[in-house]
Design a protein around this ligand. Structure first.
Ligand SMILES: [Zn+2]
Length: 268
């Protein structure tokens, strides 16, 4: 398992394992192996290695490459995530989020000064000019499975495959509670009012830095009215007659299956 740890971050060393990124792709060896020993690639001076924590007692670093080193192929992060179990998923997700933060915080957002290297004790960069601290960005997003009797609401956004239906989801606004975000997103996207909003589970989702916060809610009132440009179609589906839903590695898929099991347990 991944141990994020509280110790001072070590410098990159030969006994560590490395996750190599090229743009947003992950570099792999055969058999989708993405934890790479130091001796399998040529470290270069410009390579910025970020400490991710320990994995089964071994230090893990993530590095970004400008070109693909010899002997490697690249695979999309999303494709690779779905090939992994949940513990590997969390490691990859953390590595990708830390690398994205490093890449996107090369200069201070307040005064424009070039940022120094990472802090040795934590993932933070402090501006030498104005002392502003920059931490890895985490963007909370709500995702909600809505129940109406023995039906649940599933919707399809414009980017989703034609036959794939999922939950309502969206970013939390500044100054908003998670529950307010659930009620607002459901109203905006499908025109419904919901009640009995309760937390279920969460999952980091590194596209690029969301934290998905999963809820159940019950239908209260309104007719389904898809928001133009946001939702292509949305319907109530009987829990025994579902369309194609997201992969069970995602919180979206898990939320639907858990909610259905919960609704069935209430009916017994
Ligand atoms: Zn500054």
């Amino acid at each position: 398992m991944l141990d994020i740890g509280t110790q001072t971050h070590p410098l990159p060393h030969q006994d560590a394992l490395y996750i190599l990124l090229h743009r947003n792709q992950v570099l792999i060896e055969s058999d989708n192996q993405f934890l790479i020993p130091f001796t399998h690639f040529q470290p270069n001076a410009k390579m910025s290695a970020i400490y991710c924590g320990q994995w089964h007692g071994q230090d893990i670093f993530v590095c970004r490459f400008e070109s693909i080193p010899k002997g490697f192929t690249e695979i999309g992060l999303r494709d690779l995530l779905f090939l992994q179990d949940e513990s590997h998923y969390l490691l990859l997700s953390r590595a990708h989020q830390l690398s994205t933060w490093d890449r996107d915080h090369q200069f201070c957002g307040r005064c424009g000064t070039a940022m120094p290297d990472k802090h040795a004790k934590e993932h933070a960069k402090m501006c030498v000019s104005c002392n502003l601290r920059h931490y890895p960005r985490i963007s909370p997003c709500i995702i909600v499975s809505i129940r109406k009797g023995d039906q649940i609401l599933l919707a399809r956004g414009p980017q989703a495959p034609k036959d794939r239906f999922s939950n309502i989801a969206g970013f939390v606004e500044a100054g908003e509670t998670l529950e307010q975000a659930v009620a607002r997103e459901v109203k905006e996207e499908v025109g419904l009012d919901v009640t009995n909003i309760r937390y279920v589970d969460s999952q980091p989702w590194s596209f690029p830095h969301q934290l998905m916060v999963g809820f159940y809610a019950d239908y209260q009132s309104g007719e389904i009215t898809p928001a133009p440009g946001e939702i292509e179609e949305a319907h109530w589906y009987h829990i025994d007659d579902l369309p194609n839903i997201p992969n069970n590695a995602t919180i979206s898929g898990q939320l639907i299956l858990r909610h259905i099991a919960h609704i069935k347990s209430l009916a017994v």
